[in-house]
Design a protein around this ligand. Sequence first.
Ligand code: CP
Length: 321
Amino acid sequence: MRNFFRVSDIGNLNEAVKEALNVKANRFAWKNLGMNKTIMLVFFNNSLRTRLSSQKAAINLGMTPIVLNIGQDSWKLETEMGVVMDSDKSEHIREAIPVIASYCDVIGVRSFAGLQNREYDYNETILKQFMEYSGKPVISLESATVHPCQAFADLITIEEYKKCKRPKVVMTWAPHPKALPQAVPNSFAEWMCAADVDFVITQPHGYELDPEFTQGAIIEYDQMKAFEGADFIYAKNWSCPGVTLPDKYGQVLSKDMSWMVDSAHMAVTNNAYFMHCLPVRRNMIVSDDVIDAPTSLVIQEAANREISAQVAMKKILEGLK
Ligand code: CP
């Protein structure tokens, strides 16, 4: 594997999940694979899980991780080409990327969508510059439109907890005070559409995700109807993707609290597990009783982030040989 960005990068999905479960049971078995190799973990945005799980995954494989917080540890970087650099941004990404690459073998990048310009975000302008100018394999650690390490961890978790061969998985939009990117729901949709599950997305009108990620999903605007018989509920907020409402891209269209996942919603499911990628706003996205119930898998999903990152890094290291 060269880069880890889209679900197709991981190859056969069933095989990848099997490999993940094997890695989970034997996480130190490939300690020599990353010997004398360095991974640079570049963060343009905040993180708890991705930062820690990526470092742990690299260490499990014998790699040395180096974390760089852009603008805090480093100079502020200019990411636009052709601008007069008279702002507070002291270095251009065009020089910074090859410099970073000269110190490492693999690069992970966290770079959220700006939510101002859909074309800029959906072209993955920053991640693609890392792919183009580094000459090194690149892992998206949540870039403008995708979060593959999260979606893979979510799929591993569903595989571990499913009670039937083909469970019903429902991703629901839920309210949030701020405008959030679409990377997590895009990737979750993309991975669920490729997995052996019945996948339903429920959202208010205007929140339709890019069809590039949702081919094969059932879209149901009635949230309670969508929840009926569900085995897994995956809650997430996202801002307007600009698909049906192009002029509203990146905006908050609704804060309708009736979309918060509470016990009344969960009551119509098939005793469903509750999932969320975290961080989560309690009593906005999900009520305390639902997230604190034994059927909540939020910690298990987060723990599996170490495994999804390790499988992605393992496949990249195997490709370097
Ligand atoms: N889910 C996730 O990516 O968490 P962090 O933003 O804390 O890394």
